[in-house]
Design a protein around this ligand. Structure first.
Ligand code: HDD
Length: 695
């Protein structure tokens, strides 16, 4: 046992030394003080253990039950606390309290996730990312449970279990984990042409985000706003990252998975720790029935988006994540997001995917969290009006597993007249301020049918592909080649290719060529495929939201014995001044002797911090160190990957032999140290055809 234990200090604060005597006394769950937490109770020092040992039994019993079922989808996730602030009041279109006043702030809890993998799977598979926001408004919690892609695979929620069964690891063999590159996924997709638009997004760089902080979020469905006059306006929600959009390259992503399976979770934690708070703007697309009726697709169909060029996104707020959870299980794991949780002023449309979700999420929490009282867990508890009355909710619902509240009195039914006798009578409905469903006119026969207006499965897939930068188109084609090359049943590839022919003939040809297969006949289409105007807003590469900046980015600086102290200090200062984060990486982490005789501890060790984990790479070496490192595979690979992943490389003259060994060829992104900080603000997409063959 140590005499002194160092507590984690708050960022920038001082560490406080706590002696053992200052710690509170350890107790059992029932409050009994514990005298010894190191040994079981035994009959004699070397004798058998005794079952009467409540301290041991209770501890082990609790441990044995520490896990709860993981989420059936989106099991792998990371979250943070923060706030939402109104920058442009929406009081014209909604009575939702959180949108009324400019400057008004609402607490939020946001969970990002992958979809297919289990809770312990890697952070960086090719996968859609969940983007779930819980707003703790004064009128109750509003959960906006979206993704980083504005459309979805299927049109009707009844297909969701099939989609997920097909996407997750195959039922008999239990693999692949967190990957769509397998038979059952592509079999299902090939038979569901409505998924084609989403597949274009899934095969694009959107599913390889660099960071949660550099991806967009979307509410996907058409929702409703309702204003004080009871008027409804359709709305689609968008989150726009302040850090801009950035993704990784497939080869890089695969290597990140090995180097750091927690890459994005760590990134979120570290950004918050160093004060680079992830931030997004909230935007809305607002429209009415006339606009909806004039579009060549149905706004109730979740496989369609409304191009920003057709209907601009109005920015109405900002969201900042500035606090990492204190406890992963209590907060991130127990957070329950439920799309049916809305507040007055926000309502649903008839989108059949959304309508199905309104059932599924509450249902899943009952088995995942195990109780109808999941709303009482601190992370889920409302903090608004009811909380002000000393309770997270006010109604006559009672009891159930894990009931935390201790309601007083007899008023567990309503109406009651107990107040007339001076007793607590409980809460009552409020016809004025209570939630009112928009009274839309609905009529028709009961039918299990897909509307005609949902029949076009290809026009927007084509729109997406044709809106992409040529580099992005090459990535999509290459991703399709990769994924389909993992499909073992020949006929499934043929079915996929038949769909792709309806998207874009050049895409189909490139993929067929990459797979060395003949193009099949195009699949029949249920509606004419339209050539819609391209939407450049959909691009990442060379698009409007690819920011050339060092802010929030991490620069790796490879150093070794004899690195010039002056060059290193100058570069670190310049990186900091540009808003970046410098990380020194050396063959030995503890102490690196510099040219001036000083020693510094490196931030990371070369073998544990490959260049895939940073955004740009600098190399500052002495002649001797360079001579040594050209024979060090990890150092050569460090530079080779930086070049192959189209990153800026800044080096001093002595480092040149290492660059030569790594096959670095001169281009705009390869600079001396003086030009490096400017160069480090972007990737060099033009380099790509020189370093890899793309489909
Ligand atoms: Fe879902 C979780 C997003 C369709 C059923 N979904 C879940 C999460 C996100 C989404 C971000 C994780 C929430 C968290 O962090 O805890 N889901 C979406 C989006 C969809 C979508 C954007 C389409 C627009 N989902 C969808 C359908 C169904 C579900 C159609 C079923 C009818 N989703 C679930 C679920 C999950 C879930 C099974 C698993 C864990 C949970 O709910 O809490 O109920």
């Amino acid at each position: 046992m140590t005499d002194h234990i160092e507590r984690n200090a708050p960022a920038g604060g001082e560490t406080h030394q706590v002696t053992d005597a200052e710690h509170p006394v350890l107790t059992t769950n029932h409050g009994t003080p514990i005298s010894d937490n190191q040994n079981q109770l035994k009959a004699g020092a070397r004798g058998p253990v005794l079952i009467e040992d409540e301290v041991f039994r209770e501890k082990m019993n609790h441990f044995d039950h520490e896990r709860i079922p993981e989420r059936i989808v989106h099991a792998r996730g990371s979250a943070a606390h923060g706030y939402f602030e109104v920058t442009d009041s929406l009081s014209d279109v909604t009575i939702a309290d959180l949108f009324q006043k400019k400057g008004q702030r609402t607490e939020v809890f946001v969970r990002f996730s992958t979809v297919a993998g289990g809770a312990g799977s890697i952070d960086t598979p090719r996968d859609v990312r969940g983007f779930a926001v819980k707003f703790y408004t004064r009128e109750g919690n509003w959960d906006l449970v979206g993704n980083n892609i504005p459309v979805f695979f299927i049109q009707d929620a009844i297909k969701f279990p099939d989609l997920i069964h097909a996407a997750k690891m195959e039922a008999d063999r239990g693999y692949p984990q967190a990957a769509t590159a397998h038979d059952t996924f592509w079999d299902f997709i090939s038979l569901m042409p409505e998924s084609t638009h989403m597949i274009m997004w899934a095969m694009s760089d959107r599913t390889l985000p660099r960071s949660f902080a550099t991806m967009e979020g979307f509410g996907v469905h058409t929702f409703r706003f309702i204003n004080a006059e009871g008027k409804s306006t359709f709305v689609k929600f968008h989150w726009k990252p302040k850090a801009g959009l950035a993704s990784t390259i497939w080869d890089e992503t695969v290597k990140i998975a090995g180097a750091d399976p927690d890459f994005q979770r760590r990134d979120l934690f570290e950004r918050i720790a160093r004060g680079d708070y992830p931030e997004w703007e909230l935007g809305v697309q607002l429209f009415d029935e006339d606009f909806a009726n004039a579009q060549p697709y149905d706004v109730l169909d979740a496989t369609k988006l409304i191009p920003e060029e057709v209907l601009p996104v109005r920015i109405v707020g900002r969201m900042v994540l500035d606090r990492y959870p204190d406890n992963f299980f209590a907060e991130t794991e127990q957070a329950a997001f439920v799309p049916s949780h809305v507040v007055p002023g926000i309502g649903f449309s008839n989108d059949p995917l959304l309508q199905g979700r309104l059932f599924s999420y509450t249902d899943t929490q009952l088995s995942r969290l195990g109780s109808v009282n999941f709303h009482q867990l601190p992370i889920n508890a409302a903090k608004g009006r009811a909380a002000a009355a000393g309770c997270p909710f006010l109604n006559q619902q009672r009891d159930g597993h894990m009931q935390m509240a201790v309601p007083k009195g007899r008023a567990n039914y309503e109406p009651n007249s107990l107040a007339k006798a001076g007793e607590e009578g409980g809460a009552r409905e409020d016809p004025e301020k209570g939630y009112k469903t928009f009274p839309s006119e609905e009529q028709g026969q009961k039918l299990r049918i897909r509307p005609e207006s949902f029949a076009d499965h290809y026009s927007q897939a084509r729109l997406f592909f044709r809106s992409m930068d040529p580099a992005e188109q090459a990535h999509i084609a290459s991703a399709l080649v990769f994924e389909l090359s993992k499909v073992s049943l020949e006929h499934i590839r043929v079915q996929v290719m038949a769909n792709l022919r309806n998207v874009d003939e050049t895409l189909a040809e490139r993929v067929a060529d990459g797979l060395a297969m003949d193009l099949p006949e195009a699949a029949p289409t249920a509606a004419p495929v339209l050539d819609m105007d391209p939407s450049p807003a959909l691009r990442i590469i060379r698009g409007p939201r690819e920011l050339h900046t060092l802010e929030g980015k991490t620069v790796g600086i490879l150093i070794a014995d004899g690195t010039d102290a002056g060059e290193l200090a100058t570069l670190k200062d310049a990186i900091k001044a540009a808003g970046g984060n410098a990380m020194t990486i050396a063959p030995k982490v503890g102490a690196v002797p510099l040219s001036d005789g000083s020693k510094i501890a490196a931030d990371a060790q070369l073998f544990g911090q490959p260049s895939v984990t940073v955004d740009a790479c600098a190399v500052i070496l002495s002649d001797q160190a360079a001579a040594k490192l050209v024979k060090e595979g990890a150092a050569v690979q460090w530079v080779m990957d930086a070049f192959g992943h189209l990153k800026a490389i800044g080096a001093n003259a002595a480092a040149q032999p290492l660059l030569d060994k790594a096959g670095v060829e001169p281009d705009e992104g390869v600079t001396d140290l003086a030009g490096f900080v400017e160069a480090a603000k972007q990737r060099y997409w033009d380099r790509e055809p020189k370093v890899r063959t793309l489909a």
